[in-house]
Design a protein around this ligand. Structure first.
Ligand SMILES: [Zn+2]
Length: 117
């Protein structure tokens, strides 16, 4: 179906299909930090600290930090990238949904007019 003819339920179908392809997603940022541990004499701390990947974000106004083991960092990084693609998808969905709603409203009004004639 041509995009300019699509219905609001058509937009939903398209969105759910595309959103499903994007999973897994994440928001926030993943970073690598070095920090000291609690041990008194630690050679790792002496050479800069223990490396840790952290996923940080905000949920309901509260900041959160999740420690990410090094071997999983690549997966979470990819999820954050896909999260950005998801935001783009939501933006496009909103534009297409609103246009579809307007089109459906206009069609309904035209049908009502035709019935009155
Ligand atoms: Zn240490």
């Amino acid at each position: 179906m041509a995009r300019r003819q699509e219905t609001s339920s058509g937009v939903k179908k398209w969105f759910l299909k595309e959103a499903g392809k994007l999973w897994p997603v994440a928001d926030g940022s993943i970073s690598f930090r070095k920090s000291p541990c609690m041990r008194e004499r630690c050679s790792i701390c002496d050479s800069g600290g223990h490396g840790a990947h952290l996923l940080q974000g905000r949920l309901n106004g509260k900041r959160f930090t999740v420690y990410v083991p090094g071997e999983l960092a690549g997966k979470v990084e990819k999820a954050v990238e896909r999260g950005r693609a998801m935001q783009h998808l939501v933006m496009e969905a909103g534009e297409r949904y609103t246009k579809a709603l307007k089109r459906e409203r206009q069609q309904k009004q035209e049908r009502t007019k035709a019935r009155r004639r």
